[in-house]
Design a protein around this ligand. Structure first.
Ligand code: PGA
Length: 276
């Protein structure tokens, strides 16, 4: 696992976007696993900037990690009250780049048969050839996607109840601004499972800010546990890159070692992207 620390959110975002851009350039029809939340917005801004300079998404396919059950782009609802992840992706990335709508996949929170949908989603990922790079944040409760504490580390795409902490965090970040009452927030989600995520060929986790410092230290340096589902990164057998800002990295015990490894790899020209 490569743990990369950058001075601030902007530099963290740029680093993550460069990894994704490199994948798109080397494989124009690559499959990206995408995430929502406050953390990836900067990465998406960078990708949009790169698109304006020629980065081509016309053959790229995407699969999002999760969606609230009961939410989705539903033309029956006032659009600006729709806090679905489908809308988030449209606003923060898809409408700004030349991706084909039919190549984008966000779990359908409005599905009439959500359990069947979960199986369909797994099949679609497989049919697309699997995910080349999976972008992930980390929740305040240590979750990856909506794999809340106690989720099996071999879970697949399914319906998951949300913890109080997730509801509080996401209320503050998104729902409050839309003046939606907390009790009206969806309490369940469709989420890729931990095993689904770990089948990606490259896992790219990003985190910023002091409020993520403790949970990042637990996930990366603590025991592997279903109580912090992001700790499953320690089981991962493919290429894993964790990009943090200084604040999110501030509780890591082995920070000097991670810096040393990054420098060694650069010295030996093993670094995958340019230094910032
Ligand atoms: P955040 O959420 O980016 O809004 O902090 C991350 C997550 O829940 O995975």
């Amino acid at each position: 696992m490569d743990i990369i620390v950058r001075d601030n959110y902007e530099k963290m975002s740029r680093y993550a976007a460069e990894i994704i851009a490199k994948c798109i350039k080397s494989k124009p029809d690559c499959v990206l696993g995408l995430a929502t939340g406050g953390t990836p917005i900067g990465t998406y801004k960078e990708l949009i900037r790169m698109h304006k300079q020629g980065l081509d998404f016309s053959q790229v396919k995407t699969f999002n990690l999760d969606e609230y059950l009961g939410a989705g782009i539903d033309l029956g609802k006032p659009y600006d009250l729709d806090q679905s992840y489908a809308r988030f992706m449209y606003e923060e990335l898809f409408k700004h780049i030349n991706i084909k709508k039919e190549n984008t996949h966000v779990p359908d929170g409005l599905s009439k048969e959500p359990e069947k949908f979960c199986q369909w989603y797994e099949d679609e990922i497989r049919k697309a050839g699997g995910v080349d790079i999976q972008l992930l944040g980390i929740g305040g409760d240590g979750h990856w996607a909506f794999n809340e504490p106690g989720s099996s580390l071999s879970s697949r795409t399914r319906i998951e109840p949300l913890t109080k902490q997730t509801l509080d965090d996401n209320y503050e970040s998104f729902y409050k601004k839309a003046e939606i009452k907390r009790e009206q927030m969806p309490h369940f989600a469709i989420t890729m499972g931990i095993e689904t995520i770990l089948e990606a060929r490259h896992v790219l986790m990003i985190a910023n800010g002091k409020k993520k410092a403790k949970v990042i230290a637990k996930a990366l340096e603590g025991p592997i546990t279903s109580q912090i589902t992001a700790s499953a990164i320690q089981l991962y057998n493919g290429k894993a890159t964790v990009v943090l800002d200084q604040d999110a990295a501030s509780e890591l015990k082995n920070i000097e070692h991670y810096r040393h490894v990054e420098k060694l790899k650069l010295d030996y020209k093993l670094g995958s992207v340019s230094l910032h």
